[in-house]
Design a protein around this ligand. Sequence first.
Ligand SMILES: [Fe+2]
Length: 290
Amino acid sequence: MRTYVTYISGKTLEEKGIKSKKNCLYSLDSSFIVQNTIMAKFIEVGRNFWNIRGSYQIYCGLIEIGTQMSMIRLSNNRFLLLDTVPIDAIAKTTFDQMTDHGRLIEGIVATHPFHTSSWPSWYHWYPNTHYYGTPRHYRLFPDIPWIGDVSDPITQQLWEREGIFMKIPDGSTFDPEDESNHFSSLFVYHSLSRTLHISDTITIEENPNLLLRCFGIYPGYMRFWPLKKGLRKNQQAPKEFQEFMEIILDQWDFDNLVVAHHGVKIGGAKEEVRKLLNSSRQTIDRLSEK
Ligand SMILES: [Fe+2]
């Protein structure tokens, strides 16, 4: 289902000089926004934690892999947002109702350097909240007044009093020179809902097609973004990543996992991540020998 905004600030698209509803991109100096997106979906994952599924298509729109943002309600009833997604008019209305038209947004945190396309829209809608970006977000959007770099441990610790913990995986490069390396992302754990938010480092096959099922891919199957390409190119990196994952599994009591591409796993997520790590040990050992 596609939903279009046909009125912007009380004017029709034609009055705004927009001929086509499709693919109208927003820039920071624009005075309008048009969303061309499959309806965003809100999922209540756990206590005070919502995941919003947005549309992200690859191969010229042939394959929908989805993308995500999350909302965490803090103890002061304000919201910390993780990432941004394209949202349609209906989803935006829901969001505005939840956040009193954005007045209850405490801040918005970028967790992945290459998930960037929706940030200008969100800044346009909500210019008065606090923005926390990756180094790449700083470079791409110098007009957004970023107040914290998420690769800085001081920024990562800002919400620990709220039971929100953040880490970047060891063995990976968070701001890679190779722009096709999307492995690394900020891991965010919300203890109250027992939910872990990760972008590309892990993907979940929510509804594998028949062909994938023939190869043993079941609903909820997880995989790492390719380790060989993603990890740093030194002998220590694979083991550093493995140890990082073991610490996460040991210290963070998560039961749910939300990831950018393909979906969410509500309940039983830790067992699946442990299974994934165990099944990756051979690859990690092999990469460590190089
Ligand atoms: Fe991604």
